[in-house]
Design a protein around this ligand. Structure first.
Ligand code: ADP
Ligand code: MG
Ligand code: MG
Length: 894
């Protein structure tokens, strides 16, 4: 439980010189292995492991991640004591290969490669061919009997070193090379002659001198120390820091450095370099997948210098190394028991392995691969469950933009809620509703959204806001609805007056079409084709496996029949939270709700409530029917009443006319509802303490719907939930009234049914007095949204402005509204569960806040013994998988 603390790994607390920090690897003597990723980085650990299992890996050594820490401690310098050990290891490499570093006859060349614990692709460019200078290049030309190759390697080395180590803009040299090609009328680097390359080298060195004021180092050792230092420096470059922040990689991990003897793919047409995946990383298909380039080196394949060839053709071109590659990739896969991403080089028809790691893949591929590997008896079902990131399933549950479609990007904001949608833009919720009713697809564009915009958000395909973060109202509500949302899109300038927004020189007006990609935060001009999600066999198979394993139930938060049906389709085992206030907003009833609110006498209020009763009854009946015997938790009215009334003069006047009420009086009435801090004001059960008729009407509606179900011979289990309880006394009173209302209906209708009356635990006082509250409750449901707000004293809607800084400065490891603050709020949850069950051993306990759909929070809820989690319908599959993982991880710990 250290999510919110800023604990540093104690691994490096002692800054003494480590005993061992250089790890050699060569056939028959690997000092490291795959389990040493913390020390050797992922690349180094796997190079050692590949060597150990007998694969052809060029010899080399790894300088451990500890040295990265020392490097920074010494103010960004390589400590002197590191050098002798490096030189010693280098001599071992020389002995293995029979070449000497810096030798003018037969020089050893090396690559210098970064390698952190977690792969950080593209963090630092690798330096190849290190050890070349004006003398050794001649030696290499002679010893290889291939001067063109030697000079090609040299010009590559100058390009890489001047960029990575000397900080020169690499495009300058690239342009010079392109110019030479253009002058000569050739297309490919491979068409440059030895003389061309010699000229280039001379030019390059002059340019380096000019641009950096330093001459290009001729001393191979100076080159080596320079490169090693550059790798350590690359750990703290802005792009590395951004990447680390994005992926939660702590700064103190550091990177390792790999120094490895070179093998050459640029020796001619019997040489090549390539990258491959042991299975297709985007579909998961069990087919070797990759690309290679003949007569090329390292980065050429990815850099797009020439079009690479598909790996399938390598079989014909170089049958012998291909055969080896085939054997090796299969061996690697069954050894690591996972799809591998590999890098290789062929030097004069001999295959060399340069890297292997577990390959990144799409969610679709992850499922396919996991299922196939179970069938191949490579992994167990439990291993498969643990391997798939639950959050990644989100990719599969929403329509996405067709990756093949052409697009014009307008702007980029935060990927707040996934999915790909297009529609006509509107700037007000009213327009959204109106256009929707006319059959148009719309995208609601707002600076920010507020609860008054809900109807518009419901009507819209997607939501675009120019302000607000990942936990802004728009983002949270959209995710809850499973609706695509791009939030905080500062690239657009919204003007409500003219109903336009500006972006990238375009001015878009109401009715213009745009497309949102909620998975990337991109906004596109016009309509971009989308593809529907297909939940195929592998998805269902994984879900079935997860359901077999998990202990907790998974329910959904659903207020409408549509949401309830989605929830069922995704496998929800009931409704964990039905927010009844959402039922009050319908066009057919909002005025009745308002009459109830402004009523001054009990009879007036009851009259309005009588209008609402049949509508509420029908709402509940529909939900019961869809849930078909699964429990349905209905929360009685929660929000402050002013949320339901209009606020502008024009709207108030219109309402007054409609309900035949004096406009001035209505305005007064509405003003009197104003609260300074509505979140902590007259809401939740406090409404029922002053106006008991509201909850009584709702209880009656629930009971009447239940009675109808019973009469039709259908199953149901209503759970009536009272919100915002702080004291046992409140609950005792309201519970009695609820039971009275339900029993009255049972008597009237002459039917009996089981039902529960419970409460939300969303105030700290309720959590710490849960033993008292449990006496009055049949169940608890932790409302962790409000519990987070009230425990941290932090308003969700106002905190987005500064929460980002809290996370980036490490005060919070994660946004506490997304992933539960385990130490603080989590302790209250645990306390509440334990105290509640002290009173009632079998008290049913669940959670219905946003956290119910967050995998890390779900793991926490498993460990504090909740009975179920409830989340938005679209997150149900994620929660099912996360709950299964949590069960397995807990078992493993025991
Ligand atoms: P990254 O971490 O970006 O993948 P690498 O350290 O794997 O960078 O290096 C990129 C490429 O450089 C490798 O895929 C390989 O083609 C080439 N390379 C690295 N070391 C050597 C070497 N010793 N011999 C030949 N090529 C190498
Ligand atoms: Mg690599
Ligand atoms: Mg609440």
């Amino acid at each position: 439980m250290e999510t919110l603390t800023n604990t540093k790994s104690n691994e490096k607390a002692t800054m003494a010189q480590p005993e061992k920090f250089v790890y050699f690897f060569a056939a028959g003597e690997a000092e490291g292995n795959a389990s040493m990723k913390n020390t050797l980085g992922g690349k180094g650990a796997n190079l050692a492991e590949m060597t150990a299992i007998g694969l052809p890996v060029p010899p080399g050594f790894t300088i451990s991640t500890d040295i990265c820490t020392h490097f920074y401690k010494e103010g960004g310098r390589l400590p002197e004591w590191v050098r002798p050990k490096v030189i010693e290891a280098l001599q071992k490499v020389e002995n293995k290969i029979g070449k000497k570093f810096g030798d003018i006859k037969n020089p050893l060349l090396v690559s210098v490669r970064s390698g952190a614990r977690a792969s950080m692709p593209g963090m630092m460019d690798t330096i190849l061919n290190l050890g070349l200078n004006d003398q050794t290049v001649e030696g290499l030309a002679q010893s290889s009997n291939n001067p063109r190759f030697a000079w090609d390697s040299y010009r590559r080395f100058i390009q890489m070193y001047s960029d990575v180590v000397m900080g020169m803009n690499s495009s300058l040299l690239e342009v010079t090379l392109e110019d030479m090609k253009a002058d000569k009328g050739i297309h490919n680097d491979t068409d440059l002659t030895t003389d061309d390359l010699k000229k280039l080298v001379k030019k390059f060195k002059d340019m380096v001198q000019q641009m950096t004021g330093q001459s290009f180092p001729n001393d191979p050792f100076e080159q080596l120390w320079g490169s090693i230092s550059a790798v350590f420096r690359s750990w703290n470059t802005p792009r590395a820091i951004t990447y680390r922040d994005l992926h939660g990689i702590p700064a103190e991990w550091g990177t390792a450095v790999n120094v490895q003897s070179m093998v050459f793919g640029n020796l001619g047409d019997d040489s090549a370099t390539g990258v491959a995946f042991t299975r297709n990383p985007s579909t998961g298909e069990r087919k070797f997948y990759g690309e290679y380039l003949i007569n090329a080196q390292g980065e050429d394949v990815v850099a797009g210098i020439r079009t690479p060839q598909p790996i399938s053709t390598l079989q014909e071109v170089m049958p012998a190394p291909y055969k080896d590659l085939e054997t090796i990739y299969q061996k690697l896969e069954s050894y690591f028991k996972d799809m591998q991403d590999i890098e290789f080089t062929i030097e004069k028809n001999k295959l060399w392995m340069l890297q292997t790691r577990n390959g990144k893949r799409t969610a679709k591929a992850a499922l396919q691969i996991a299922c196939d590997m179970i069938d191949e008896k490579m992994i167990t079902e439990e291993e498969a469950i643990l391997r798939i990131d639950p959050a990644s399933l989100d990719q599969l549950l929403h329509p996405t933009l067709d990756p093949k479609a052409q697009k014009v990007e307008l702007a980029k904001g935060l990927p707040a809620s996934p999915g790909g949608v297009c529609g006509q833009i509107v700037f007000t919720p009213e327009d959204a509703v109106e256009m929707k009713e006319k059959g148009h697809k719309v995208i609601l564009v707002r600076v920010e959204t507020s609860p008054e915009d809900i109807a518009g958000m419901v009507a819209a395909q997607g939501i675009l806001t120019s302000r607000g973060g990942m936990t802004s109202h728009a983002a949270v509500v959209a995710r809850g609805m499973g609706k695509c949302c791009v939030a905080g899109c500062a690239d657009i300038e919204v003007n409500y007056n003219t109903e336009t927004f500006k972006a990238k020189g375009y001015i878009l007006k109401k009715g213009d079409v745009i497309t949102l990609d909620g998975s990337t935060g991109e906004v596109f001009l016009g309509e971009v084709k989308t593809i529907e999600p297909k939940l195929d066999g592998t998805f269902n198979r994984l879900m079935t496996m997860a359901d077999k394993v998990r202990r907790m139930n998974v329910r959904a938060n659903a207020d409408t029949p549509k949401d309830a049906q989605t929830a069922r389709d995704f496998g929800a085992q009931g409704i964990g939270l039905c927010r009844t206030e959402h039922m009050f907003f319908g066009a057919d009833r909002i005025d009745a709700v308002r009459e109830m609110i402004i009523a001054e006498t009990r009879p007036e209020r009851e009259k309005a409530l009588t209008k609402l009763l049949p509508m509420q009854r029908e709402d509940f009946y529909q939900l019961f029917k869809i849930m078909d015997g699964y429990p349905v938790t209905i929360r009685l009215l929660d929000p402050p009443l002013h949320e339901f009334v209009p606020h502008t003069d024009a709207e108030i006047n219109e309402l007054a006319k409609r309900i035949n009420y004096d406009a001035a009086r209505l305005k007064n009435k509405i003003q009197s509802l104003h609260e300074f801090n509505p979140m902590l004001g007259h809401r939740g059960c406090r409404l029922a303490v002053t106006f008991p008729e509201i909850y009584q009407m709702q209880s009656r509606a629930i009971a009447e719907a239940a009675a109808q179900m019973v009469k039709e011979g259908k199953k149901l289990v209503p759970e009536i939930m009272i919100p915002l309880i702080a004291t046992a006394k409140e609950l005792e009173m309201l519970r009695a009234q609820t039971i009275e209302a339900v029993e009255k209906v049972q008597k009237e209708k002459g039917v009996k049914f089981d039902y529960l009356v419970g409460t939300m635990i969303e105030l700290p006082r309720a959590a710490v007095t849960a033993h008292e509250i449990a006496k009055q409750a049949d169940f608890f449901s932790f409302g962790t949204n409000d519990l987070t707000q009230t425990t941290l004293g932090l308003s969700r809607d106002d905190s987005s402005r500064f929460l980002g800084s809290y996370v980036s400065q490490g005060i919070f490891a994660k946004d506490p509204f997304v992933s539960i603050d385990q130490v603080g709020v989590g302790t209250l949850v645990k306390t509440g569960v334990d105290l509640g069950r002290q009173t009632k051993g079998n008290l049913k306990v669940g959670v219905c806040g946003e956290h119910g759909g967050d995998p890390d929070s779900i793991e926490f809820f498993e460990n504090v013994n909740l009975d179920y989690v409830s989340c938005s319908p679209f997150r149900v599959p994620i929660a099912r998988l996360a709950a299964a993982r949590a069960t397995l991880l807990r078992k493993k710990k025991k």
